[in-house]
Design a binder for this molecule. Structure first.
Ligand code: UGA
Length: 449
């Protein structure tokens, strides 16, 4: 099929690249002309595992192209994926101005009927407004627009794998023909007839994705409901961790046993500094805002958000307890990205920690495998090191802020020999307290003695 993708950020680029790799012809556009120029020249503006490889392969096969002229992209596709940003406003409400702008562009530029698919995370009822805008701004009443919602469940860092191996594909539609068209778009994924870059083409035989057809409002709600539930799960684990500290239990023992109950499941129960990133904090906020707007009490989610914000305070309590005075101390911050395997620092808990340390007058040395260049632009006053052992040299304390695998594998015997004081405050529970103490470290983490 011929498809258009509007918005070349994480979601749009991954969607466009994967659909092209699955056999469709894709035209991508973005208002950021530099980004389009970079893509046209064969560059990749974001870091996402396997993305470069599939973009190159789709480009070689002539199945992906880029244009800064939105009208060209709009006219090229039978179906158009809207993948533009929906950042939070001050109030927590999602800012839908980019979606509105794109709707007006599609209405003005389209010459043939289109299936317009919202992929950006949007609050319920956006589909209705989108439909209204498309007909209100259309210059030709003979051109019919159908609207659908097709939320993405991609995680940063594993987005390509998630796209090719989804648990479910949700399509919210107004009519059966839109569902049939979306099923056709996803047929290679449903039938696993694509070349999978993650498994070198030989994917393990696994469960097939479920193709769920719902109303547009349900599809919109599903995305927020999923992200909010996962955020709730993390905050729940974090409160259990606080409780464990008070009564001398071990949060890992508790959450492991919880997770073995299939009704609960073991993922997203890791206690620590809490969730960050551009999805959970804003989606939780937007869901709270939406519920309040329609008069539904979502206090449980407000509590989850409050618990998450308190994680930074709890971390600083540990820092103060261990270090006493922070001013003038040399602190090694290990990890800046909001989670492992990404260079994304948006709403990263690590940056809140850095901010607090600087306010208290610490000298901050830091390292992160991917996120240093982005952080440098915001915090030029930090001392950046490629090698974690250089960041740890002469440090009075090491703070672990991101769950990178390379940090798990650090040689703390060696690091201990370099540090001014053998003190580790672990915001991601990466190490065994016993092993760290055996190495002579003062060691603090969340929910474990
Ligand atoms: C999240 C969802 O997992 C995706 O399904 C969704 O599509 C995406 O948002 C989105 O809305 O686009 P992502 O933001 O990439 O994906 O990050 P996650 O892997 O979900 O992690 C979120 C945060 O939770 C990270 O800061 C991570 O460190 C933290 N986390 C995760 C914990 O603190 N504890 C855990 O047990 C798990």
């Amino acid at each position: 099929m011929r498809l258009s993708v509007i918005g070349c950020g994480y979601v749009g680029l991954v969607t466009g690249a994967c659909l092209a790799e699955a056999g469709h012809e894709v035209v991508c556009t973005d208002i950021d002309r530099d980004r389009i120029a970079k893509l046209q020249a064969g560059g990749v503006p974001i870091y996402e595992e396997h993305l470069e490889e599939i973009l190159a392969s789709a480009r070689k096969a002539g199945r992906i192209s880029y244009t800064a002229v939105a009208g060209e992209a709009i006219r090229a596709g039978e179906a158009i994926f809207i993948c533009v940003g929906t950042p939070p406003k001050e109030s927590g409400e999602a800012d839908l101005s980019a979606i509105d702008h794109v709707a007006r562009q599609i209405a003005a530029e389209a010459k043939t009927p289109k299936l317009v698919i919202e992929k950006s995370t949007v609050p319920a009822r956006t589909g209705l407004e989108l439909s209204r805008a498309l007909s209100a701004y259309s210059r030709n009443s003979n051109i019919k627009f159908r609207v659908a919602s097709n939320p993405e469940f991609l995680r940063e860092g594993t987005a390509v794998g998630d796209f090719f191996h989804p648990d479910r594909i949700v399509v919210g539609v107004e009519d059966p023909s839109s569902a049939a068209e979306l099923r056709e778009i996803y047929r290679p994924i449903l039938e696993k007839s694509f070349r999978c870059p993650v498994h070198d083409g030989a994917c393990p035989a696994g469960q097939k994705a479920e193709f769920l057809v719902t109303t547009i409002s349900s599809a919109e709600l599903i995305k927020h409901a999923c992200n909010s539930f996962l955020a709730l799960k993390i905050s729940y684990a974090n409160v259990i961790a606080d409780l464990c500290e008070k009564i001398g239990a071990n949060v890992e023992e508790v959450t492991r046993a919880m997770g073995l109950d299939p009704r609960i499941g073991g993922q997203f129960l890791n206690a620590g500094l809490g969730y960050g990133g551009f999805c959970f904090p804003k989606d939780v906020q937007a869901f709270i805002y939406l519920a309040a707007k329609v008069g539904v009490d979502f206090d449980i989610l407000k509590a989850a958000e409050r618990v998450n914000k308190q994680r930074i305070e709890r971390f600083f309590e540990k820092i103060h307890q261990a270090l006493w005075v922070v001013k003038g101390k040399r602190i090694a911050v290990l990890g800046l990205a909001f989670k492992a395997n990404t260079d994304d620092i948006r709403f990263a808990p690590a940056l809140e920690v850095v901010k607090g340390l600087l306010q208290e007058g610490a000298i901050v040395h830091t390292t992160d495998p991917e996120a240093m260049s982005r952080t440098k632009a915001l915090f030029p006053e930090l001392h950046y090191h490629e090698d974690p052992y250089d960041a740890l040299r002469d440090a009075d304390a090491a703070l672990i802020c991101t769950e990178w695998d390379s940090f798990r594998k650090l040689d703390w015997q060696r690091a201990g020999g370099l540090m001014a004081r053998k003190l580790v405050i672990d915001g991601r529970n990466l190490y065994s307290p016993q092993e760290m103490r055996n190495l002579g470290f003062e060691y603090y983490s969340f929910g474990r003695e």
